[in-house]
Design a protein around this ligand. Structure first.
Ligand code: WQD
Length: 344
C-alpha cells in the first residue's frame, strides 16, 4: 500500500521537483494548488519524467471549508508537504495583508484540517530569510531569528512559531521546517523548472532571460559591499538537491526518527558565491558573455548568507550533490527549452 502524501503548492518551482522525487520514491501524491503562481501544464512535465499523473485538485487554501472537506476526503494521508505561499519579497512590502492572509490563513486552515487525522507528519517550507544579516557565517540553525525585513519573511517566522506551538501540544503531530537558502536550476530533463511570472526578481532567472534575449541587461545591485569582489554572497542550492531533502525529512517523520516534535534544518550547499561569481559561472557553462551593468544597491539585501550544513548532513542524513556550475547549466538548459517551446 503506497503512502499518500499531500503536496500543497505542488505545481510550483520547488513543489513540482519535490513531487517528482516523491513519485520516484514510490509515494502516492495528491497535489493541491490554486494556480495563482503556477500552471496545470506542469503536470505534463511531471508525467513526462515519472510516467505518473499525480492526482491534482485546484483548491485555494484560503477557503477553510474546502480545505476541511479535502482532508476529510483524503483522511488516509500520512504526510503533508506545505509549499503553498506567496513568495515575492518586494510585493509583500507593498501588499502586506495579501501575504499575511495567504501565507498564514492557508497554513492555519491546513493544520486545522489535520486535527482529525490519526497521525500528521508535516514538512514546512521556510527560508533563510528568517536570519536576516547573520552575525556569524556560515549560518547555523541556532543563529538568532532577526526581526523580519519583509512581511514575506515575517510570515515564514510566524509560520514556524505556529507549527512549533501546535507540535508541543498535539500528540501525533510531528513537523520539520526546512530553511532554504537560494534555490536555483531545474530538473536535468528540462521538463520542469522555474516559471517566474513577469520580470524575474531573483538573480538566476534574470540572468537566463537576459541571455535568452527577453531582458536587455542584468543590473548587478551594488558592488560596494564588504565582500571580496564587492557583490553580495548567497548559497545557491540546486532545486533537485532541495527536493530530495524533502523526501529525506518526510521519511524521518514517517519512520519516527525525529528526536523532537518540531525540528529545523538549514538546506544549503554550505558554499557562498557572489553575484559576479554566478555571472562568471553562467558565462563559463553557456560559453557566452552576459550583458550586465553595476547598479545601485537593492534595499533589503543582506551582504552575505550561506549555510552551516552540519545538522542537515549529520542528523538529517542529506547533503547536496550538484555544484554551482551544474545548477546554472540546468537553469540555462531549461530557459532554452521554454524559449524554443514558445517559438515552436
Ligand atoms: C540574490 C542576489 C541580489 C537580482 C530571495 C528571497 C528568499 C528566497 C530566495 C523565497 C542578491 C542580486 C538579484 C538582480 C542582482 N525566496 N540580484 N540583480 O534576495 O537572496 O533571496 O530569493 O524563499 O526568501 O529573499 O535572492 O536572487 O533575489 O538575489 O544583482 O536582477 O542577487 O542583490 O545579492 P535573495 P535574489
Amino acid at each position: 500500500m503506497k503512502s499518500k502524501i499531500v503536496v500543497t503548492g505542488g505545481l510550483g518551482f520547488i513543489g513540482s521537483h519535490t513531487v517528482v522525487e516523491l513519485l520516484q520514491n514510490n509515494y502516492e501524491v495528491v497535489i493541491i494548488d490554486n494556480c495563482s503562481n503556477s500552471s496545470e501544464a506542469v503536470l505534463d512535465g511531471i508525467y513526462n519524467i515519472t510516467g505518473i499523473q499525480p492526482v491534482f485538485e485546484k483548491l485555494d487554501l484560503r477557503q477553510k471549508e474546502k480545505v476541511i472537506d479535502f482532508f476529510n476526503r483524503h483522511n488516509d494521508v500520512t504526510g503533508v508537504i506545505h509549499f503553498a505561499a506567496s513568495k515575492a519579497v518586494g510585493e509583500s512590502v507593498e501588499n502586506p495583508l495579501l501575504y499575511y492572509e495567504n501565507n498564514l490563513n492557508t497554513l492555519v486552515y491546513t493544520l486545522q484540517a489535520l486535527e482529525h487525522t490519526a497521525k500528521a507528519n508535516f514538512i514546512f517550507s521556510s527560508s533563510c530569510t528568517v536570519y536576516g544579516e547573520a552575525e556569524e557565517l556560515p549560518i547555523t540553525e541556532n543563529a538568532p531569528v532577526k526581526p523580519a525585513i519583509s512581511p514575506y519573511g515575517n510570515t515564514k517566522q510566524i509560520g514556524e512559531e505556529i507549527i512549533r506551538d501546535l507540535a508541543q501540544v498535539k500528540p501525533n503531530f510531528n513537523a520539520i521546517a526546512l530553511r532554504y537558502f537560494n534555490p536555483i536550476g531545474a530538473h536535468q530533463s528540462a521538463e520542469i523548472g522555474e516559471l517566474p511570472i513577469g520580470v524575474p526578481l531573483n538573480l538566476v532567472p534574470f540572468i537566463t532571460q537576459t541571455a535568452a534575449g527577453l531582458r536587455d541587461q542584468l543590473s548587478v545591485f551594488g558592488n560596494d559591499y564588504p565582500t571580496p569582489d564587492g557583490t553580495c554572497i548567497r548559497d545557491y542550492i540546486h532545486v533537485v538537491d532541495l527536493a530530495k531533502a524533502h523526501v529525506v525529512a518526510l521519511e524521518r517523520l514517517l519512520h519516527k526518527k525525529n528526536i523532537q516534535d518540531f525540528e529545523l534544518f538549514n538546506l544549503g550547499t554550505g558554499v557562498g558565491n557572489s553575484v559576479l561569481e554566478v555571472i562568471q559561472s553562467f558565462e563559463k557553462v553557456s560559453d557566452q558573455k552576459l550583458n550586465y551593468k553595476i547598479a545601485p544597491r537593492r534595499s533589503g539585501d543582506v551582504i552575505s548568507a550561506y549555510a552551516d550544513t552540519t545538522l542537515a548532513n549529520d542528523v538529517l542524513g542529506w547533503k547536496t550533490s550538484y555544484n554551482l556550475d551544474e545548477a546554472i547549466a540546468s537553469a540555462w538548459k531549461w530557459e532554452q527549452k521554454i524559449r524554443n517551446k514558445n517559438t515552436d
